[in-house]
Every structure is written in structure tokens, then in C-alpha cells.
Design a protein around this ligand. Structure first.
Ligand code: NAX
Ligand code: ADP
Ligand code: K
Length: 466
């Protein structure tokens, strides 16, 4: 697991460290880390600095100083000369660094425009310099123009090949593209309590993924129920059921109007036309392709009243938005996982806004549910305040039906008894991986993503487990 801390928490921890270490030492450690990575990634020996008015610019200037001492030709553009970090600038000049109006003929640019204090789009003068860069960029702390707490970007921003950050990771490093992220230790760790966000790593997902033991049978591993699909949208039922079948061993029951289609594609699924005779399950997936009519509402009520965890997706979310009385059917002790995309979120809660983490937390709190807010960076919030982030490296998963696959994955992990937040986080990670493996550089339909689930699970599982 990788923890991420918001800027307010970072500043508080930095203040505690600064109270007991000599002034300037943190910045010099940070800058030395920047210089070390710059030497490693730079193809040549000419490095340019973009230097803003704050300590982020100070880091860049001190990095320039260390690079000069290693014989690198370093030039710097000062975006706000009177406010450039005075000690850093003096050291940089003394070491032979040059102050210039524009960066030309450099092999690497160090972006020290703005870091923790960055808010809103890049200012026009900074944007102008960034627009004309033709060398790879190393961002100091975070790529300028991206909000460090939300990853939001409005207008021009630095596109970093590598980001060197200090003390701990910040939300932007999981929510947005920061290139290869390197962490430099500046002694903050003892001052940091639990993180604000967590990114699951492959090994976490592999360790949590349910596998049958010697005494397991088809029932003991959790039976997943799927209430999805309709005469109009049978495919959603086929995809969600397939994902549940491929995610875990055991059993999947399907109930709904697409029973014939599901049975034809998945002979191992136990199919029935009606939710009332579906049989016992340990979790339900409800909503994909289900429709929003009275019949569908009745299905959702039945599922919410079943006393088992429910993953409510797609039409189930729309129904809950249109008719909040449906929540009355829910047993308050039963976990619910809601999986809205932005438009569904809007129907349910209102605009997502820039801060996707805050949006997911808001909904989790309001509905006492785990909320998985879909997107390139998927944010998953639990009502107890825990938040997971899962960013895709590609966007191949943004294809019709891909959400149906995700809901099947979540449902099967809920049925297996995983903590609902972990179930959603593990499902999201395997979903992204399956999309990557299936696509391999070319567009894919959701059924190809589905077929790649076994390979994705193999890729996360520890090698030592047979
Ligand atoms: N606080 C500490 O102890 C440490 C801080 N460090 C560095 O200090 C940075 C934070 O420094 P500061 O708090 O001085 O703030 P920044 O350097 O992040 O930003 C300062 C200035 O950037 C300008 N700015 C803000 N938004 C902008 C935008 N959208 N476009 C262009 N310019 C903009 C403003 O003029 C602002 O005064 C960190 O990101 C890190 O790089 C490191 O040296 C490690 C130690
Ligand atoms: N730009 C993107 N990059 C990566 N994944 C994405 C992107 N956009 C959407 N996704 C993922 O694709 C899936 C789409 O789900 P959804 O919108 O419900 O589709 P559908 O309703 O067609 O099944 C979600 O898992 C979401 O996180
Ligand atoms: K920066």
C-alpha cells in the first residue's frame, strides 16, 4: 500500500521537523535529491531551471547549485526575480549558474515553478515558458499547473517525465499523471500519522484475492447473485455474470430477463427468470442494463432487503437517485457499494467538481455506503473515512460495457467476504490490469476485457501460491 498525504498534513509535519532541524537543511536535502535524479535521467550535461517565487523555486535553485558542482551547465529563468529564493539564488550564482530570459538548448528542464502552494492554472508568464519547452521535464514536488491535493488541471500545465517529491507522496501523485514518481526522504515520516488516501499495490490485491482452500466447496466461497440485464440489454447481464464467474471460484446465480442469453454464454451460471426464486446468495450485483421501470424497482428493493452486501451500479443508481424511498428497503447493517460514473454521481448527489476525493467522501457519508467514483483515476471512499485511489495507466477501459464487468468483479469479492472497500479497490485494480492486458496497444470491447480477467488475476497473485 502506498499512502498519500494532503498538503495541509504535509505542512503540519514539516513544521514539526523544522522546529528541530537547522533552517534550510530540509530544502538542501530535497534539492540534493532533485539533483541526483536529474543526473540519472538527463541525457546530456545541459540543464535548465524554471524558478517560481516560492520554496519550490528554492529547491530548483539549490538543485542547480549541486548540479553545477558536478560540472553540469545550468541556466535558470526566474519568473519573479525579486521574489526568487535569496539563498538558493546566491548559491546558484556563486557556483557558476547562469540566469537567462529563456531556456534554450537544454537536455532536461527542472520545473520549480510552484509546488505545494499551487492553485489554479499556471500563470500566463509561466505558461508561456512551459509552452515552448522541447526537453523532458523533471518536476520538483509536483508538476506545476496540477493541483497538489486534487490533481485537477485547468489549462496549461507541466507534463513531467519524472517527479521528485519529498517526505511523502501527495494526492496528485496518485490522481494525475506525474510521470515516474521518486520519493526523497527528508525525515517527515515520524511526524506523519495515517495517510489521507491509499493506493493499493499489486501485492496487496494479490494477497487479498480469494482462492479456494482444501476444505472449500462451491458454497463456502460465497455465491454471487446478479440482478442485471433486460430484454433490451441482455449483454450487461452476460458481462456482469461472466466477471463474477471469472473473479472467484464457487457459484454465480443470475436472476432476470436475460436468463437465456446468460445460460447460452455461461452454462455454469444458475439462471432463473425471476428474482423471487433466485436462491440464496452472499452478495448481489444489481443494476447493469436492468432498466428503471417499476419491475426494476421491485428487483432493487428485493436485493436491498436481502440482508447481504449489494453492489448497486448503473440503472440501480439512477433508480436510487430518482426514487430515494428505495433506500428504505435497505437493512442498515448491510454494506452497499455504489459505483457511479460522473453523470450518475450528478443524478445522485450533484456535480462532482474538481475534488473527486471530496466528492466520493461526500457521497459515502451521505449514503453510508462505499462509493466508487469511476474515471481514469477511480476514487473509492468508505463511510468510515478511508479512501483508495486507483489510477489507470491507459484509458482502454473506457469502453461500453466495461462498467458491467467491474460490477461483477466487485459482487464476487463481496460474496467472498472481503471488506467492501477492499473488494471495490481490488476489483478496480484487476479491472484496469485486465484492460491493459487485453488492449496491448489497440482498442478492445468489454468482452475482451472480461476474457483477460484470469490473466490479470494471475498477474497480481503471489508466485509462491499454486
Ligand atoms: N516547507 C518545507 O519545509 C519544504 C518545502 N519544500 C518545497 O517548498 C514547496 C512549497 O513552497 P511554498 O510554500 O513557498 O510555495 P510554492 O513554491 O509551491 O509556491 C509559491 C509561489 O508560487 C506562485 N504560484 C502559485 N500558484 C501559481 C500558479 N498557478 N502559477 C504560477 N505560479 C503560482 C505564487 O507566487 C506563490 O507565492 C514545496 O512544494 C517544496 O518544493 C522543500 O524544500 C522541502 C521542505
Ligand atoms: N479515461 C478513462 N481511463 C481509464 N478508465 C476509464 C476511463 N473512463 C472510464 N474508465 C473506466 O471504464 C469503466 C466504465 O464504466 P461505465 O461508465 O459504467 O461503462 P458502462 O456503463 O458502458 O459499462 C469504469 O471502470 C471506469 O473507471
Ligand atoms: K513544480
Amino acid at each position: 500500500m502506498r499512502g498519500l498525504w494532503t498538503t495541509a498534513r504535509v505542512r503540519a509535519a514539516e513544521d514539526r521537523v523544522l522546529a528541530r532541524v537547522p533552517a534550510g537543511s530540509l530544502m538542501r536535502r530535497a534539492a540534493f535529491g532533485v539533483a541526483t535524479v536529474a543526473l540519472e535521467v538527463s541525457a546530456g550535461r545541459r540543464i535548465g531551471l524554471l524558478v517560481g517565487a516560492g520554496n519550490n523555486g528554492g529547491d530548483a535553485l539549490w538543485a542547480g547549485y549541486y548540479l553545477r558542482r558536478r560540472g553540469v551547465a545550468v541556466s535558470a529563468v526566474l519568473l519573479d526575480p525579486p521574489r526568487a529564493h535569496a539563498e538558493g539564488l546566491a548559491a546558484f550564482r556563486k557556483a557558476g549558474g547562469r540566469v537567462v530570459d529563456r531556456l534554450t538548448d537544454v537536455d532536461l528542464v527542472i520545473d520549480g515553478i510552484v509546488g505545494l502552494s499551487g492553485r489554479g492554472p499556471l500563470r500566463p508568464d509561466a505558461a508561456e515558458h512551459v509552452a515552448h519547452l522541447d526537453a523532458p521535464v523533471l518536476a520538483v514536488d509536483s508538476p506545476s499547473g496540477l493541483d497538489p491535493d486534487t490533481g485537477a488541471v485547468h489549462g496549461p500545465a507541466v507534463h513531467a517525465a519524472v517527479t521528485v517529491t519529498f517526505g511523502c507522496l501527495k494526492p496528485v501523485h496518485a490522481l494525475a499523471d506525474c510521470g515516474d514518481v521518486r520519493l526523497v526522504d527528508i525525515g517527515l515520516t515520524p511526524e506523519l500519522a495515517g495517510p489521507d488516501l491509499v493506493e493499493l499495490e499489486v501485492s496487496d490485491v494479490g494477497a487479498a484475492w480469494p482462492v479456494p482452500g482444501p476444505t472449500d466447496d462451491k458454497y463456502t466461497q460465497g455465491v454471487t447473485g446478479v440482478a442485471a440485464g433486460s430484454a433490451t440489454y441482455p449483454g450487461a447481464a452476460v458481462l456482469a455474470t461472466g466477471a463474477a464467474l471469472l473473479a472467484t471460484s464457487g457459484m454465480v446465480r443470475y436472476a432476470g430477463a436475460a436468463a437465456e442469453d446468460v445460460r447460452a454464454r455461461w452454462p455454469e451460471a444458475i439462471c432463473t427468470g425471476s428474482i423471487t426464486d433466485a436462491g440464496r446468495v452472499q452478495a448481489w450485483v444489481a443494476g447493469p442494463g436492468l432498466g428503471t421501470g417499476l419491475g426494476a424497482e421491485e428487483v432493487l428493493r428485493t436485493v436491498l432487503d436481502a440482508g447481504v452486501p449489494v453492489c448497486a451500479d448503473a440503472d440501480a443508481i439512477t433508480m436510487l437517485a430518482n426514487n430515494p424511498d428505495l433506500w428504505d428497503a435497505r437493512d442498515p447493517d448491510t454494506p452497499v457499494v455504489l459505483t457511479p460514473h460522473d453523470r450518475e454521481y450528478e443524478r445522485l448527489v450533484g456535480e462532482v467538481g474538481d475534488d473527486r476525493v471530496a466528492a466520493a467522501k461526500r457521497a459515502a457519508d451521505r449514503f453510508d455506503a462505499v462509493v466508487l467514483l469511476k474515471g481514469h483515476a477511480t476514487v473509492i471512499a468508505a463511510p468510515d473515512g478511508r479512501v483508495l485511489v486507483n489510477r489507470a495507466r491507459t484509458s482502454w477501459a473506457s469502453t461500453a460495457g466495461s462498467g458491467d464487468v467491474l460490477s461483477g468483479l466487485i459482487g464476487s469479492l463481496l460474496a467472498a467476504g472481503l471488506d467492501p472497500l477492499l473488494a471495490a479497490g481490488c476489483a478496480a485494480k484487476v479491472h484496469v490490469l485486465a484492460a491493459e492486458l487485453a488492449a496491448d496497444g489497440a482498442p478492445i470491447p468489454a468482452s475482451a476485457l472480461l476474457n483477460a480477467i484470469p490473466d490479470a488475476i494471475r498477474a497480481v497473485r503471489p508466485l509462491t501460491v499454486p
